[in-house]
Design a protein around this ligand. Structure first.
Ligand code: X8Z
Ligand code: ZN
Length: 580
C-alpha cells in the first residue's frame, strides 16, 4: 500500500481533532447550560470540570498540530483550521491539569458571585437583583437614591478581585504555552490581522465616530444640568455615571423621557404598547422569529420552545444575562434570558435570535469553522434585524395603530443614538482595560484607578464619589467575571449599520436609513444567509463582502444613519442655545 502524502495525514489529523473537540464541546455546553440555569456548588463543579476537559483537549491538539504541521506546510482549508484551532476558545489553561481545573473553577465562581449579586437599598426591606436595581436607575430622579443603588450594586466586585487576579495569571500561562504573548494578545489574534494591526483598526473606527459621540454627550449634559442643577451636573468634565439610567452608563436610552427633544418626540412607547397588549415573553420571541422567517429563513426547531429559558425562575439562582446557545452545534438551539416586557428586551430578543440563526446557518461547516466570520459579526446580526423594528414595521405587524408623523423622526433618532452611539466608547474601553491587565501594563494595585481613567477618557463619565482599590468596579459588569471578550460589541455597533445600509439598498430603499425596515425582503435574507453559512471558513472580509459588497469595516453606515441627528445636535451647539 502506498504511504499517505503529507496532505492526507493532515486531513486525517484535523478530522480526528474536530471529532474529538466537537464531543468535548457538546459535553461542556450541556454542563454549562445546567449550571447557568441552576447554580449550585455541584453544577459549578461539573461545568468547570467539563470546560477544563475541553480546554485540555484543545491545547493538546493545538500543540500537536503545530509540532507536526508547520504553518508553511499547509494550504487552504487546512492552513485556516490550523490557525483557528488555538483560537477556538476565549480561555486557554496551562497543561498542568491541577492548574487548568483551578482556572475553570475560578471563572465559574466569579460568574456565580456576579449572578447572585443583590443589594437592599436603604429604607427597603427586600434585597434587589440587578434587573430591579437597573429599573430604579431608569425611573428615579432622586440623585441620592440613584447613587445609593449604583454604589450598592458595585459592591459585587469586591469579592471577585482576588479570584480575578489569579485568573489573569493562570489564563496568561495557558496563552503563553501556545505561543501568544498573553490572553489579550490571543483575543486580538482572531481578526485575520496581527494583534497590533487590530488595535490600530479599532482606534481608527473610534476616531471616525467620536465627533458624533461628543455632540451627543454635550446635549445630554445640558439636559441633565437643567433637571438636576449645576451642583450635581458640572459645566464641563465628566458626567456623573449614576444619572445616565444604566448601571455602566453604557446606553442612555433608559432616561429618554428626560432627554427627549421638546418637539419631535415619538408619540408611542414600545414598552407601554407591549404591556398594554399584555404581550408575554414567549410572544416577544415569536415576533422576533417571524421577522427572520419573513426574510426566507427556516423557523426555529420545536425544541427551541421547550428547552429555552425565557423567564427568571423563582426557586433557584440562574445566570440572567441573556445568551444564545447551540448545544449540539447542529440545531439544538436555545436562548436563556430573564425577559421583562420592555422595548429594550424586545431588542435583546432579536439580538439573541440573531445568534441562533447564525449558528444554524454554519452548522454544515467543519467543526472548526462553526463560528461567525469574526465575533463582531455574531453580535451584529440580531442587532441589524432590530434596527428594522421601525414604526412602519410595528404597524405592519399590528402592534401600533398609526405610524408617527415624520416630524417625530428626530425623537426616534435620538432614542436610537442614546442606545447605540452612547455605547461606542464603553464598547471600546472594556477590553482596552483588559488588554493592559493581561499584558501586565496595569498591575493589580491599579485595577480600579485605571478603569476609571479609561471611563473618563473614552466615555466622559465619572463615579458618583471617589473609588479606591478596595473596590473592583470592572467586575460589576457581567463580561469581566465571566471571561467574555468585549471588543466584539464595539465592532458590532459599527457593523450593524454597515449591514443595515447595504441590506436596505439591496431591498430597494431610497429614503432615509432610519425609516427603512428590511422586513419581508428575500434579497436581504439571501445576503444574510450567504454570509452566515460561510461561518469562519474564510477570512472575514470575504463574509463582509458577501453581505455588503465591501471589504473594510466602515462607520459610514452609522454616520449616514444618524446624519439628520448630527446636523440637529451641531446646530444646537453652534447657536449656543440650550437644547430644545
Ligand atoms: O451581552 C450582550 C448580549 C449577550 S451576547 C445581551 N450585550 C452587551 C451587553 O449587554 O453589555 C449586547 C449589547 C452589549
Ligand atoms: Zn450577543
Amino acid at each position: 500500500m502506498p504511504s499517505e502524502g503529507p496532505d492526507a495525514t493532515a486531513v486525517r489529523f484535523f478530522d480526528e481533532t474536530e471529532q474529538e473537540l466537537l464531543q468535548a464541546a457538546i459535553d461542556s455546553q450541556r454542563s454549562d447550560w445546567v449550571y447557568s440555569t441552576f447554580i449550585t456548588q455541584d453544577t459549578e463543579e461539573l461545568s468547570s470540570a467539563a470546560l477544563a476537559r475541553l480546554i485540555a483537549a484543545t491545547v493538546r491538539r493545538a500543540r500537536e498540530a503545530s509540532a507536526r504541521f508547520p504553518a508553511a506546510s499547509l494550504r487552504g482549508e487546512l492552513a485556516r483550521k490550523a490557525r483557528l484551532l488555538p483560537l477556538s476558545l476565549p480561555l486557554l489553561a496551562p497543561s498542568e491539569p491541577a492548574l487548568a481545573q483551578e482556572l475553570t473553577r475560578l471563572v465559574a465562581s466569579m460568574q456565580a458571585t456576579y449572578a447572585k449579586g443583590r443589594h437592599t437599598p436603604k429604607g427597603q426591606s427586600e434585597a434587589l437583583d440587578l434587573q430591579a436595581l437597573s429599573r430604579i436607575l431608569t425611573e428615579s430622579r432622586d440623585p441620592r437614591l440613584l447613587e445609593e443603588v449604583w454604589t450598592g450594586w458595585h459592591r459585587v466586585g469586591r469579592a471577585v478581585r482576588p479570584e480575578f487576579q489569579r485568573y489573569v495569571e493562570l489564563a496568561n500561562l495557558g496563552a503563553r504555552e501556545l505561543g501568544f504573548a498573553d490572553t489579550g494578545a490571543m483575543w486580538r489574534s482572531k481578526y485575520d490581522m496581527s494583534p497590533e494591526e487590530f488595535s490600530v483598526e479599532v482606534d481608527r473606527l473610534w476616531e471616525s465616530v467620536r465627533p458624533l459621540y461628543d455632540a451627543l454627550h454635550s446635549y445630554v449634559r445640558a439636559k441633565l444640568r437643567r433637571l438636576y442643577g449645576e451642583k450635581v451636573v458640572p459645566a464641563d468634565g465628566p458626567l456623573p455615571a449614576h444619572l445616565l439610567g444604566n448601571m455602566w452608563a453604557q446606553a442612555w436610552d433608559g432616561i429618554y423621557p428626560i432627554l427627549a427633544p421638546r418637539t419631535g418626540a415619538p408619540s408611542f412607547d414600545l414598552t407601554k404598547l407591549l404591556v398594554d397588549r399584555k404581550t408575554t415573553a414567549e410572544e416577544m420571541v415569536r415576533h422576533a422569529e417571524r421577522f427572520f422567517v419573513s426574510l426566507g429563513l427556516d423557523k426555529l426547531p420545536a425544541t427551541f420552545w421547550t428547552r429555552s429559558m425565557l423567564l427568571r425562575p423563582r426557586d433557584r439562582e440562574v445566570v440572567c444575562h441573556a445568551s444564545a446557545w447551540d448545544i449540539d452545534f447542529v440545531d439544538d438551539l436555545r436562548i436563556k434570558m430573564c425577559i421583562e416586557i420592555t422595548g429594550d428586551d424586545f431588542t435583546t430578543v432579536h439580538h439573541e435570535l440573531g445568534h441562533n440563526f447564525y449558528q444554524r446557518a454554519y452548522a454544515r461547516q467543519p467543526f472548526l469553522f462553526r463560528d461567525s466570520a469574526h465575533d463582531g459579526f455574531h453580535e451584529a446580526l440580531g442587532d441589524t434585524i432590530a434596527l428594522s423594528v421601525t414604526p412602519e414595521y410595528l404597524r405592519e405587524i399590528g402592534l401600533v395603530a398609526e405610524v408617527p408623523d415624520p416630524s417625530q423622526d428626530l425623537g426616534l433618532l435620538l432614542y436610537r443614538a442614546l442606545e447605540k452611539v452612547a455605547f461606542l466608547p464603553f464598547g471600546l474601553l472594556v477590553d482596552r482595560w483588559r488588554w493592559d491587565v493581561f499584558s501586565g501594563a496595569i498591575p493589580p494595585s491599579e485595577y480600579n484607578r485605571t478603569w476609571w481613567e479609561l471611563k473618563e477618557r473614552y466615555q466622559g463619565v465619572a463615579p458618583p464619589s471617589p473609588r479606591d482599590e478596595g473596590e473592583f468596579d470592572p467586575a460589576a459588569k457581567y463580561h469581566v467575571p465571566s471571561n467574555v471578550p468585549y471588543m466584539r460589541y464595539f465592532l458590532a455597533a459599527i457593523l450593524q449599520f454597515q449591514f443595515h445600509r447595504a441590506l436596505a439598498r439591496a431591498a430597494g430603499a431610497t429614503g432615509p436609513l432610519h425609516r427603512f425596515s428590511i422586513y419581508g425582503s428575500r434579497e436581504a435574507g439571501r445576503r444574510i444567509q450567504a454570509m452566515m453559512e460561510m461561518g469562519s471558513s474564510r477570512e472575514w472580509p470575504d463574509a463582509l463582502e458577501a453581505l455588503t459588497g465591501e471589504r473594510r469595516m466602515d462607520a459610514g453606515g452609522l454616520l449616514d444613519y444618524f446624519a439628520p441627528l448630527q446636523r440637529w445636535l451641531d446646530a444646537q451647539t453652534r447657536t449656543g442655545s440650550a437644547p430644545s
